[in-house]
Design a protein. Sequence first.
Length: 107
Amino acid sequence: MQAVVDSLRENGNLYKKMVEIKPSQLGVRNRIKIYHATDTRGYFTAIFAVSQTSRLLMKDVKKFEEIYQKLIIFSDHGFKFKVLFIDAPLCSKAREAFLSCGWSLQD
């Protein structure tokens, strides 16, 4: 979690509260770290951290959107921002799809 916080702080994002949500709480079997954060202005941010060796493709865009919808239902409110940290290579079409869905990508 410290690496995520440091990377966000470098971009000028400060959070007063950050809670990790286990994927099993959302009924997801993926190896992903999910954080629910509140910034200093009171806005909610959904932060996903993915570490894998295979390339992220278009099918993964749909998968992450489904996980995001489950997170909205679990948290019982919407999020102003969505951030995705990825260590894997990203397909150019998937990058465009993530950006069109409102995701902020951190490579």
